[in-house]
Design a protein around this ligand. Sequence first.
Ligand code: F6P
Length: 541
Amino acid sequence: MQAIIQDLKSAVAKSNATNIRAAFAADPDRFERFSASFDDLLMDYSKTAVNDEILLLLERLAEVGGVVKKREEMFSGSPINFTEGRAVLHTALRNRSNTPVLVDGTDVMPDVNAVISAMGVFADGIRSGALRGATGKQITDVVNIGIGGSDLGPVMATLALAPYHDGPRAHFVSNVDGAHVADTLRLLDAETTLFIIASKTFTTIETMTNAASARAFIAEKLGETAVRHHFAAVSTALDKVAAFGIESDRIFGFWDWVGGRYSIWSAIGLPLMIAIGPENFGKFLDGAHAMDRHFRTAPARQNLPMLLGLIGFYHRNVLGYPSRAILPYDQRLLRFPAYLQQLDMESNGKGVTVDGKPVEGNSGPVVWGEPGTNGQHAFYQLIHQGTSIIPAEFMIAANGFEPHLRHQHELLIANCLAQSEALMKGRTFAEAKDQLTSKGMDEKQADFIAPHRVFTGNRPSITFVYDRLTPFALGRLIALYEHRVFVEGVLFRINSFDQWGVELGKELATGLLPVVQGKKSAEGHDSSTQGLVAALLAERA
Ligand code: F6P
């Protein structure tokens, strides 16, 4: 692989590939040649520093790196998460073709289908009012209590699919900061509120603490016997959920072969299903399944996740770009960058290869972003003129859901396209100076000011265009990014499916709690931690 990476570096230097502006000037068909579609989803990667030679080398890298082999291992249930001895089968959760998927020789599809049906019955019951609170009132508000993968998927998708939201209001509590649960409960009526405790392990301290606060809220307002009517749970640890006092017909299971950050397709999607209804939730799964089939079967040059992953690897390990910006021109994708942060950074933020050796080169980039056009008025300055090159990934729907605000959607589209054009084209010194002198500025002053108005251009971006943000389109988009992370992870030669890096902080927090409570001395901790503990304890009321 290192030899191909060297060949890629030589190909970039030889062809001056990073001069994207020149590549457009030289080739009127560049868009045709460097864009690909899957149904109504178009991926335009012509504004990245690729050419045919580079793409061929990247395809070769995928072959040598074993992407196709690993892809089959994932889809067929091999334990590719070898550090935890688990299969990686979020694709089975949306396997709408219902073909058998074997884990240790047993088809998981009957269990998957049974949970989806049970979720549907429960969601319909809450939505219709057949299932009510302890005092007989209809549920008007659902609060999901979870964190990480047990929060980000439901919160992101519920917001994204707001036009389909015809069920009870949805709220999400994740942070252990009591402000989060307190600010949420303040708005709610216990009689009409349902809590969903979502935790794969049912041990996560943030979730268990917030769940206890929610339980106390119900017990205090409605009595202990009301708890069973106001709680449901989603977990793989069914015994622990039962111990919390949740009735078995309100417990929805999933399996250890579903990673937290890949769990929106499982019962973790219950708050989304209650919000948009089982039928729309089914379409969300359909969209992801369509992308799975595309990823599994399309040739590399037409395969969107493969292209996205290969270009992502190229940006990181050939061109050395340290981060990528996710810039949806779709306000309802507000939490999509945060969702992708977990998906990408918890998966590919690793320093050790599958052989236990240090990663050669780089692993995953920093992922960040905000919806446009808000980002334009905040951090785009740096993307256009800063000293780091930050590949941008734009996404825009051809149609919004507000026909009476057609003009606003046109403005949104124009802004999105303008940004990728500006990043690629830039503005030369001569162009900047011309602009100033044509407005009447004298030559000397124009020479002085023009450098500040120069845009280097040649800044890469990928743009996704889709018809509109339906449940199907959202499912497809998320699955596209999941598979991109997979492709990059294989090429980084890491295990994308564990997350040992979050453990150390958790362990130390457990040890520090009695210290912060003043029950134990801070001795043995470093002087900074001791100093901080002392300062906080001195200020504690
Ligand atoms: O932050 C680590 C992590 O394990 C994530 O991977 C996971 O999504 C999150 O914590 C929540 O875990 P659980 O669903 O078990 O509460």
